[in-house]
Design a protein around this ligand. Structure first.
Ligand SMILES: NC(=O)c1ccc[n+]([C@@H]2O[C@H](COP(=O)([O-])OP(=O)(O)OC[C@H]3O[C@@H](n4cnc5c(N)ncnc54)[C@H](OP(=O)(O)O)[C@@H]3O)[C@@H](O)[C@H]2O)c1
Length: 335
């Protein structure tokens, strides 16, 4: 049987929950009898049921109606079922207990400690397993999760707003608005897609930002991390008002980044001024750079983002895409 079409359906099912499942990967599951869909499930919310369990529970309500026994069914799941107890029980156990005898998997779990273990456990229990169906799509969909498990650190995106003359802000000023309302709305969505937003002490003091994701859909708010050695921070400021925040006094970025190794965090958005952004760039800790460029100039009182021309290209970045948001241009650079 060609499972690709059904796997793609499981992948799109999973996609609906990318803002509420994070920092977990999104996973979709479909249970079929022959070519008929019996039930569907997804990992909808961090800490809640996994996709396989939701699909199995939904199928249980149809025994004796759409099918007689679970042995007649095939379970199609975008990511390898887990074989360990986390916030919920192992999915392999739920599959084995259900009596399903045929499982189709999109991609193997990238964590070397668990990869292949779920499959092994299913096979040991007499279940036939097919793997790597649309695995590249699953990896792309869960890019941050695969990155973290491959490189041992979160995927880091740096975002900057720049005037057409390459400036960040007016010297000595409080907040400088550079880009349009539409671009700033786009940034809210970008924030919602990340597990952490990280910034520096001067930005929090000068700009007085909230740095949360103000979006009109459900999202797990990113944790806010402030890198600062300041001792006179105003904790009544909006930055400290909501969600989870942490202040890290460390300046060594190797140490800052390695703190995330054994955490759930798979993605970080760095939103800061030229000093901190350049530190991240120069230390090789930026995987993607997003520039929102306006058509206006800040002129001689503006602070340059970079010391030299083509600094981004010299650091090995290439332009991946560039498009207009009203009069601004959003440029995305990758390595
Ligand atoms: N256009 C934009 O997209 C944008 C975005 C954000 C901010 N800004 C502007 O940028 C200005 C501030 O820029 P900035 O670069 O001076 O401040 P920043 O964004 O606060 O970054 C520098 C601060 O980060 C902390 N830091 C910790 N480790 C560091 C490291 N390894 N390298 C560099 N900094 C480290 C230090 O905080 P402590 O000194 O507290 O220890 C340092 O002063 C603001 O006035 C704001 O208007 C512009």
């Amino acid at each position: 049987m060609n499972y690709e079409k059904l796997m793609k359906r499981a992948i799109s099912l999973a996609d609906q929950y990318k803002y509420t499942a994070k920092p977990n990967p999104v996973v979709g599951c479909i249970i079929i009898k022959d070519d008929k869909i019996i039930s569907e499930g997804a990992h909808e919310k961090f800490g809640c049921n996994h996709a396989e369990v939701n699909a199995i529970n939904s199928a249980k309500t149809k025994v004796g109606k759409s099918f007689e026994s679970f042995g007649e069914l095939t379970l199609i799941c975008s990511l390898e079922p887990c074989n360990h107890s986390g916030k919920t029980g192992p999915c392999t156990e739920a599959i084995i207990k259900s009596g399903i005898k045929n499982v189709v998997i999109g991609a193997l779990d990238p964590n070397p400690l668990v990869s292949g273990k779920g499959i092994e456990s299913l096979k040991k229990n007499g279940i036939s397993v097919t793997i790597n169906v649309c695995s590249e799509l699953v990896k792309e969909q869960n890019k941050f999760f695969f990155f973290k498990n491959t490189y041992g650190r979160p995927f880091i995106t740096a975002k900057i707003a720049s005037s057409i003359d390459g400036k960040s802000h007016i010297v000595g000023s409080k907040q400088t608005w550079i880009t349009s309302k539409k671009s700033r709305e786009d940034v809210q969505k970008l924030r919602a897609s990340k597990d952490v937003i990280l910034t520096g002490g001067n930005t929090v003091v000068n700009d007085n930002p909230m740095m949360n994701a103000r979006v009109d859909f459900l999202t797990n708010q990113p944790k806010k991390i402030l890198l600062s050695t300041k001792t006179n921070l105003n904790f009544d400021a909006p930055f400290f008002k909501d969600a989870d925040y942490e202040i890290i006094k460390e300046r060594d970025l190797d140490k800052v980044v390695s703190r995330f190794k054994n955490t759930d965090v798979t993605s970080i958005l760095v939103e800061a001024g030229p000093k901190l952004i350049n530190s991240f760039l120069n230390e090789g800790y930026v995987d993607k750079l997003i520039v929102y460029e306006s058509t206006s100039k800040l002129g001689p009182n503006g602070v340059n983002w970079f010391k030299e021309d083509n600094a981004v290209e010299k650091l090995g970045f290439k332009l991946e895409s560039s498009y207009k948001i009203e009069s601004d241009t959003k440029k995305i650079y990758i390595k």
